[in-house]
Design a protein around this ligand. Structure first.
Ligand code: XMP
Length: 250
């Protein structure tokens, strides 16, 4: 039987003893983006478990070029996550998923603001394509409180998004490494509810989040971009982050 995205992530991370996902985000003045992507994949292949691709590459590269990038990542045993924070009607979400699947992506990041049923439909479609869905619960940037921290009745928006992710059978959630109190709260809630929904945390390094602290507070996977890919030596930068975070399987 084909393994789910959730199982594949745990397996790759376990094999590599690394829970680090490298965000392939080039600086805005970077030229030859395909070469950048290929070189970065070669540099990080041994110490990462997956790569994440955002609009930095999705907009300027063709779908053929993106397919070549995901093929190269897979060849190195890395899974590929599309970070488009998908948030639309069913039909549009499904068309987007089909394109991402054809380009070789294993998962997509989505925004539960779309509503529980729409998120559930997205997850169902993703699973039928052999893909996973990672739902935003609390973003990493300072302004995130304006949306994810809003008080809604007796709850905060992030509690509602967490609940939607569970109900929609998402394969993971995003909580920024900069949101330590939220990370602790959601991890405690996960234990209480006995749900094994891995937490993906961006915001390390360039956004001041601390890798070790994030893992101690409940992050299962760390998403790191600029501090690795724009470092003088990405392989060395990644290796240093990996040493900071003694790996334990989610
Ligand atoms: P840096 O350079 O800050 O890059 O390490 C982080 C990468 O992750 C994205 N990002 C997020 N993606 N939820 C997401 O789905 C978040 O809360 C979040 N915060 C940052 C960012 O766009 C970049 O690609």
């Amino acid at each position: 039987m084909t393994k789910s995205f959730l199982q594949q992530m745990a397996q790759r991370a376990g094999k590599r003893r690394s829970n680090i996902i490298v965000a392939l985000d080039p600086a805005s003045n970077k030229r030859n983006l395909k070469q950048f992507a290929a070189r970065t994949i070669d540099a990080v292949a041994n110490d990462a478990c997956a790569i994440k691709i955002n609009f930095h590459l999705l907009l300027p590269l063709s779908s053929k070029e993106i397919s070549e990038v995901t093929r190269k990542a897979h060849h190195h045993g890395l899974l590929c996550i599309a970070d488009i924070k998908l948030n639309d009607i069913n039909n549009t979400n499904e068309v987007a998923l089909e394109h991402l699947s054809k380009m070789g992506f294993d998962a997509v990041i989505a925004n539960p603001f779309m509503g529980t049923n729409t998120l559930a439909a997205l997850t169902k479609k993703a699973h039928s394509l052999g893909m996973g869905v990672i739902a935003l619960v609390y973003m990493s940037h300072p302004d995130a409180a304006d949306g994810y921290g809003l008080q809604v009745g007796s709850d905060r928006m992030y509690n509602i998004f967490f609940d939607r992710a569970i109900k929609a059978r998402a394969d993971g959630i995003v909580v920024g490494a900069t949101q330590i109190d939220v990370l602790k709260e959601i991890s405690t809630e996960k234990k209480k509810l006995k749900v094994s929904l891995p937490i993906y945390s961006p915001g390390i390094g360039a956004q001041q989040g601390d890798a070790r602290q994030a893992v101690e507070c409940g992050s299962n996977y760390l998403i790191i971009g600029r501090s690795i890919v724009q470092a003088k030596d990405p392989a060395v930068a990644l290796h240093q982050f990996r040493l900071l975070t003694s790996f334990s399987a989610p």
